[in-house]
Design a protein around this ligand. Structure first.
Ligand SMILES: NC(=O)c1ccc[n+]([C@@H]2O[C@H](COP(=O)([O-])OP(=O)(O)OC[C@H]3O[C@@H](n4cnc5c(N)ncnc54)[C@H](OP(=O)(O)O)[C@@H]3O)[C@@H](O)[C@H]2O)c1
Length: 274
């Protein structure tokens, strides 16, 4: 099938795990002419690219492009290339994410910066740079892969009110997450109402950011987030009870469904509560 005019989907961190299957399923959907996988390692990227290309129609072109989430220059380079090659993006799935293993000896406070930099601050900067391209898309969608770990109830009622404030701005959200970082460094994050999870707060931030972009970009871009479920990937040490392929569906559904909602959290293949 030929998709006209060209429709372009970008998936970050798609060289393995859930992201690989998100890219594959978007490629198989028949709705895209171009699938771009953003990968930080060129060899891993081109191997994954070939594997996906073999499974999708010849009319779908799968490409790997260099992208390191958390590196502002890499974000700009990627966006520049997308602008030059396509002048637009129809679907962006922010899937790249990082979690320290439970067995990692790095102390809690030492894990905060890297976790937030990849999962939250990097995702926010990259997305802000991609929004002008998405606004040029046809029926554009933005999907952020968050997690159940980002649930609102993990923080105090005062913080819950701040994160779920319908007037919260991106600037205020970034300041809140920076406060968590400072509170951890000062050893007072529990007293200040935060959970004891760097990963959980990074994903809470992603869900709050989703709701801000949903308001800001309505009615042009449908912006949603999801929890893939506990999946058997490198991140979970392959302990997850769900396949990466099934987990991927939670991101693919809001990326391709007819009449999508906006500002919602998908889990177990349907809209769920934050
Ligand atoms: N697995 C689960 O049970 C589970 C549950 C809830 C949510 N999630 C979320 O689902 C998403 C995918 O997780 P997964 O289980 O598939 O993990 P994974 O197997 O560890 O894969 C993560 C992917 O993200 C890429 N990545 C990590 N940091 C990056 C960076 N700074 N720049 C560019 N790419 C980066 C990795 O690239 P490299 O190969 O180069 O490292 C890899 O392609 C993550 O956002 C994760 O938080 C997973």
């Amino acid at each position: 099938m030929m998709v006209t005019p060209p429709r372009v989907a970008v998936v970050t961190g798609a060289n393995k795990g859930i992201g690989f299957y998100i890219a594959l399923q978007l490629g198989l959907s028949g709705l895209f002419s171009n699938i771009i996988i953003g990968c930080r390692d060129a060899t891993r990227g081109s191997t994954a690219c070939q594997e996906i290309q073999q499974q999708v129609a010849d009319t779908v072109k799968v490409q790997s492009m260099a992208l390191t989430i958390g590196d502002r220059n890499s974000h700009s380079e990627f966006c520049k290339r997308m602008e030059e090659e396509f002048g637009k993006v129809d679907v962006l799935v922010n899937n790249a994410g990082f979690a320290y293993k439970g067995s990692d000896p790095t102390p809690f406070a030492g894990q905060t910066k890297k976790t937030l930099e990849t999962n939250f601050f990097g995702l926010v900067d990259f997305t802000e740079q991609m929004l002008p391209l998405l606004r040029q898309g046809t029926d554009p969608r933005l999907v952020n892969v968050a997690s159940m770990s980002g649930r609102l109830r993990q923080v105090s009622p005062e913080l819950q009110a701040k994160f779920s404030d319908p007037n919260l701005t991106m600037e205020q959200l970034q300041q809140l997450i920076k406060k968590f970082e400072r509170d951890v460094q000062n050893g007072i994050h529990r007293e200040e109402g935060w959970s004891n999870s760097n990963y959980g707060i990074s994903k809470l931030g992603v869900i709050a950011a989703t709701r801000i972009w949903a308001r800001q970009e309505a009615p042009i871009i449908a912006v949603n987030c999801c929890c893939p479920g506990y999946c058997a990937t490198d991140m979970s040490g392959h302990k997850g009870s769900r396949s990466a392929s099934d987990g991927a569906k939670n991101a693919v559904i809001p990326a391709i469904m007819d009449n999508p909602p906006t500002g919602e959290f998908f889990s177990d293949y349907a809209v769920s509560q934050w």
